[in-house]
Design a protein around this ligand. Structure first.
Ligand SMILES: Nc1nc2c(ncn2[C@@H]2O[C@H](COP(=O)(O)OP(=O)(O)OP(=O)(O)O)[C@@H](O)[C@H]2O)c(=O)[nH]1
Ligand SMILES: [Mg+2]
Length: 224
């Protein structure tokens, strides 16, 4: 894979900040600012990809230990878009009880957030795509949330593994012809222009009300 090229700074992502964290899905912002959520198994690379898209090194917290992100962490981009980092499903290094709470939080959010317009569903390219991910893609189409399937860590695959993966993804697009699938490696900048384009197109298709002052939190709490 080619080395990371110097990326052209994207003006839309120049203004990005941590907004707030939520442990209760009913409290998340719902005033018309669209959300894009990053969901997927623990350790699939959600937090790292979010940072890479907005060209920040450590805005969202990244860790090699699965289960790092425990809350719904909202990042506000140009006062008009929330990128939402979420706890990972599947194995995590947290206690069983804590993990169950994280999963309840995530599912409540995915099922109820009115402003969730797009789901970035990440899955490690070294692993088979689990059936649950396919079901989640189906649910997104039913609910009118645009799903994007993102295969991460493609830098860890060799050429023959990559071509096998491409074939498998073609089969999935046979099931879901409208599904966009992107291969990424934040390490090498791969897939980032495609994802930024998806975000740009989504923003163009929406009418977004100006952000009200009272929705900006007075005290920003800790990211979890
Ligand atoms: N080689 C490689 N490593 C990656 C890539 N993306 C993420 N990683 C690494 O994978 C590990 C997990 O990344 P995170 O972004 O914290 O994963 P996450 O999905 O947010 O994990 P949880 O918050 O625990 O659910 C970290 O050590 C990352 O540096 C990638 O594209 N290539
Ligand atoms: Mg994370």
């Amino acid at each position: 894979m080619e080395e990371l090229q110097e990326l052209k700074p994207d003006p839309f992502f120049r203004e990005v900040k941590f907004f707030s964290s939520y442990a209760d899905a009913s409290k998340v912002p719902s005033k018309g600012i669209p959300h894009i959520a990053f969901a997927g198994r623990s350790n699939s690379g959600k937090s790292r990809l979010l940072n890479a898209i907005v060209e920040r090194k450590s805005l969202a917290k990244v860790s090699a230990t699965p289960g790092k992100t425990k809350l719904l962490n909202f990042f506000l981009v140009s006062k008009s878009l929330f990128l939402v980092d979420t706890p990972g499903f599947g194995y995590s290094a947290n206690s069983h009880k804590e993990h169950e709470q994280m999963m309840d939080l995530l599912m409540n959010y995915l099922n109820s957030a009115k402003d969730l317009k797009c789901l970035f569903l990440l899955s490690d390219a070294q692993r088979e795509l689990p059936d649950e991910e396919l079901e989640l893609i189906g649910t997104c189409f039913e609910k009118g949330t645009k799903p994007v399937l993102i295969r991460t860590k493609v830098d860890k695959l060799n050429q023959s593994e990559l071509s096998k993966l491409r074939k498998k993804m073609k089969n999935i697009q046979g099931l879901y012809p409208m599904l966009e699938i992107v291969f990424v490696s934040p390490k090498y900048g791969k897939g980032l222009p495609e994802l930024r384009k998806i975000i740009e197109n989504m923003m163009k298709s929406l009418i977004i009300p100006p952000m009200e002052e009272d929705t900006i939190p007075q005290e920003i709490n800790e990211q979890g």
